[in-house]
Design a protein around this ligand. Structure first.
Ligand code: G
Ligand code: MN
Length: 325
């Protein structure tokens, strides 16, 4: 546990003790006074001692329960924080990159950076345990900075110039250390991917995105078409591209309703000068529908699974389209 966390914990424990003892003392005095007023000094003696003790135990019980809850939360934060530290220190994570291709030519135009956890047997797994532990222990920005540094190493090492998008959460975007690190890596062809509900009611985040956009970062709106997707957000938000959610993409071949929704999103995005990226494209049937509604770019297993930087560099160097038109 860090010194700051330990100090916080001791402060909270001390506050609870002081408050608890204070309230018990106040209850005893109040009971004593009330008993003296209403029952009289002599008869009151045993009653106020009894009532006072009862109330004190009740108050202590209540404080005990609260205190236990706070301690449990702190313990959880500590263990999750330790897990995050361990993953970062042992470098048991890696970054994979999934190409984003031109829908007509199949040429690689950009890619998305995706975190993976490295298991003991060398296999890669979902980053969810790391990202949720980072959120609980408030270490999201620390993880974000580590990912950003790794990405910079990959790009330099493989002399990549391909634009790459990084998924950032609202908390990370609010964090000044992470924004400063983004700006420190200004030389990279870096773009930012953020889910739409991250924007909702957060003027600070919108302002920060505006600032990053003014510095040249392109902002991709992730998972559009699900949850709280709002068309007016497309017009108001500082964004450059919309990513059509894969649940919409998967339903295109069999559902005319989903085709209409997707067509409306693509047309509106184009009318606003935004690029459209279809996510999770897996079949030729989905691709045909996406072409029919006028989507510009595609990402998904039909083209390529997320891959290591070395393989990406090799494919970019070859210059071959991932899927012939
Ligand atoms: O929410 P976001 O779009 O950032 O999620 C990206 C995730 O989607 C990655 O974990 C990636 O591996 C996964 N993914 C990428 N392409 C496909 C695909 O074609 N189908 C499915 N089901 N998942 C995909
Ligand atoms: Mn994404």
């Amino acid at each position: 546990m860090s010194m700051v966390a330990l100090e916080d914990k001791m402060n909270t424990e001390r506050t609870f003790w002081i408050l608890g003892v204070g309230i018990v003392a106040a209850l005893i005095v109040a009971t004593q006074t009330a008993a003296e007023i209403f029952i009289g000094p002599v008869k009151a003696y045993w009653s106020y001692v009894g009532i006072g003790m009862g109330l004190s135990f009740a108050a202590l019980g209540w404080f005990g329960a609260k205190w236990r809850k706070v301690r449990q939360r702190q313990t959880r934060q500590d263990t999750q924080g330790e897990f995050v530290r361990k993953v970062l220190d042992e470098k048991s994570y890696t970054l994979l990159y999934q190409p984003i291709c031109d829908i007509n030519t199949g040429a690689i135009l950009a890619c998305e950076a995706l975190v993976r956890l490295r298991q003991d047997d060398g296999s890669l797994s979902s980053p969810y345990p790391l990202l949720s532990a980072a959120a609980v222990s408030e270490m999201g920005p620390t993880v974000g900075c580590a990912i950003l540094d790794q990405l910079a190493v990959d790009w330099r090492h493989h002399r990549l110039q391909l634009p790459v998008t990084l998924n950032l959460s609202v908390r990370e975007l609010r964090n000044s250390r992470l924004t400063a690190r983004l700006i420190a890596h200004r030389g990279l062809p870096l773009n930012i991917e953020v889910t739409e509900n991250a924007f909702l009611d957060d003027a600070g985040v919108v302002e920060r995105l505006r600032m990053l956009r003014a510095l040249g970062y392109k902002i991709y709106l992730d998972d559009f078409g699900t949850g709280f997707s709002s068309m007016t957000h497309l017009a108001e938000m500082p964004i450059d591209a919309v990513k059509l959610d894969r649940t919409l993409v998967h339903r295109l071949p069999e559902s005319s309703k989903h085709r209409s929704i997707s067509r409306a999103i693509v047309h509106m995005a184009q009318g606003l000068g935004l690029r459209t990226v279809a996510e999770g494209v897996e079949t030729m049937a989905e691709l045909a529908e996406l072409k029919a509604i006028g989507c510009d770019t595609v990402q998904g297993y039909l083209y390529a699974h997320p891959m290591e930087a070395r393989e990406l560099a090799h494919r970019v160097e070859l210059g071959l389209p991932l899927l012939a038109a």
